[in-house]
Design a protein around this ligand. Structure first.
Ligand code: B12
Length: 449
């Protein structure tokens, strides 16, 4: 029996104008080259939970229009789903179903919209894949595959049970980075967030020993790897992450993760990050404006309360030789057309090394999506191909669509120009030369390992 694990892959915009721009702006091209080829950790994890009697094939499809040939040798097909490329995922599912091959769809998009998915597949899985996949396979083996498997309770999988993803199915020459997930969920609840919080309301940690086992598995096929933590918010649990980072010191790693601005308050954490090979953290600042931050974090307005720390935090983190990739969302409800210049000014003043601008996007399953449906502010409901974070799928509140389009294009052209990209890098290098924090100091833990 042969199972095909199929992931849609690559990073793109739907609007051809944006795609063309992305192909030419230096700062943007560079970032795309780095992230465009990340594997599907979800499917590699399911592959690890597949008994050895099955033959496994892992396949990524970058663009169905470019590579329309699909292998026709599977007895079962498992497809993962994010929103932007769901039409392609459904086309692949339709193709195999027409051949009589059972198709299982899982992942963030179909977990939010299982009924839509069932129009294209044999079976849909709602929730985290790890506890569900063995049940699916057992029923498949008996010829009793059900149309729907729903994790109950949702998000309660214990990451202590997590297997080592099948990194051995990958050719390291095809990737710039491998991903490792060290936590799932986030304690904050931003109304737009369409990440793993859709699957787990609880912030969950993977035990240090499991993470280290995964890194060791990667190092067996890629001795000096670049690792991206596929976390929504690393370092929330300070003591846990310090233990993890101590164990990573001396493993000869370079790594990247997503976190929040509060990490800047913990010097010991920053030292450990530096000493274990952290090269960059991505932080969602979202906006330099209080009016735009107000209300986007639904539990306690956390994002608004951090705003005063933004500048100090960037300076502090970067003084450790760790670059900050600052993310800003354009078209938030508090934004007016004046926001574009202010973001530009903020980036230049703070010396952020890298910057990511995206347009406010309402993904299915998020509080933002439900709110904008009720306010009739979706441009084209169910046009999932607009959910790239670069395209526009919402009608902004305090500017016109044309203003959002023009303002973000002009900002992108300025920020990702050759001149400004170089300027940001030069400035970072210059600060490092005078920063005492950037130098690695010998530490007891490092020599003990
Ligand atoms: C690595 C990554 C990528 C990689 C790899 C994507 C891939 N093929 O897996 C690349 C660079 C290719 C990529 C591309 C894009 N990405 Co991306 N990416 C991530 C990132 C950083 C980590 C994802 C991850 O590995 N999670 C860990 C795994 C274990 O979780 P998982 O995939 O959800 O899988 C679990 C379950 O969903 C389930 N499951 C998943 N698949 C299946 C299949 C079956 C059969 C079953 C039973 C279960 C199951 O089981 C798994 C284990 O529990 C997240 C942000 C983050 N911090 O998480 C964004 C994220 C997933 N990306 C996002 C976006 C928007 C994009 C792009 C649209 C960007 C663009 N403009 O092109 C594209 C879309 C790609 C697509 N297929 O549609 C959004 C998706 C939102 C959404 N709900 O759709 C996220 C959440 C970031 C965000 N800012 O919101 N991305």
């Amino acid at each position: 029996m042969r199972i095909g694990f199929i992931a849609m892959s690559g990073v793109r915009a739907h609007d051809p104008e944006l795609t063309a721009l992305g192909l030419t702006l230096p700062g943007f091209v560079e970032r795309n080259k780095i992230v465009a080829s990340l594997p599907s950790l979800g499917l590699l994890t399911l592959a690890a939970l597949t008994p050895p009697e099955y033959d496994i094939e892992y396949r990524e499809i970058f663009d169905l229009r470019v590579e329309p040939e699909l292998p026709n040798r599977y007895d079962l097909v498992a497809i993962s789903s994010y929103t932007a490329q769901i039409r392609d995922a459904y086309a692949v599912a339709d193709y195999y179903r027409a051949l009589g091959v059972p198709v299982v769809l899982g992942g963030l998009h179909v977990s939010s919209l299982p009924d839509e998915a069932l129009e294209h597949c044999t079976t849909v899985v709602v929730g985290e894949g790890e506890p569900m996949w063995p049940q699916v396979l057992a029923d498949f083996a008996r010829g009793e595959l059900k149309p729907r498997y729903v994790q109950d309770p949702l998000g309660e999988y214990d990451l202590a049970d997590s297997p080592i993803p099948r990194y051995d199915l990958l050719d390291p020459n095809h990737y710039n980075r491998f991903t490792v997930q060290t936590s799932r969920g986030c304690p904050h609840r931003c109304d737009f967030c369409a990440s793993s919080i859709l699957l787990t309301k609880r912030y969950k940690l993977k035990p240090v020993a499991n993470v280290i086992r995964e890194i060791e598995a990667i190092k067996r096929i890629w001795p000096h790897p670049f690792i991206e933590f596929a976390d929504d918010n690393s370092f929330v649990h300070r003591a846990h992450y310090k233990e993890l980072l101590r164990a990573m010191v001396g493993m000869d790693l370079r790594w990247f993760t997503e976190t929040d601005v509060s990490v800047a308050k913990d010097d010991e954490m920053l030292e450990l990050m530096r000493d274990s090979g952290c090269k960059q953290v991505l932080i969602g600042f979202e906006s330099p404006w209080a009016s735009s931050l107000d209300g986007i974090e639904l539990n306690a307005n956390w994002k608004l309360r951090q705003q005063d720390d933004y500048r100090r935090a960037i300076e502090k983190i970067q003084s450790y030789g760790i670059t900050v990739n600052g993310c800003f969302i354009l078209g938030l409800d508090g934004d007016t057309p004046a926001v574009f210049d202010d973001i530009h000014r903020f980036v230049r003043e703070t010396g952020l090394y890298e910057v990511q601008i995206t347009r406010l996007t309402a993904f299915p399953g998020t509080p933002l999506y439900d709110r904008l449906v009720s306010e009739n502010r979706l441009i084209e409901p169910r046009a999932w191909e607009r959910c790239t974070l670069f395209d526009m799928n919402i009608i902004p509140k305090n500017m016109t669509l044309a203003q959002l389009k023009e303002g973000s294009l002009a900002l992108g052209k300025a920020l990702y120009s050759d001149e400004e990209t170089k300027e940001r890098k030069e400035r970072f290098k210059k600060t490092l030369r005078t920063s005492a924090n950037s130098k690695r100091r010998p530490r007891a833990e490092a020599t003990a390992l």
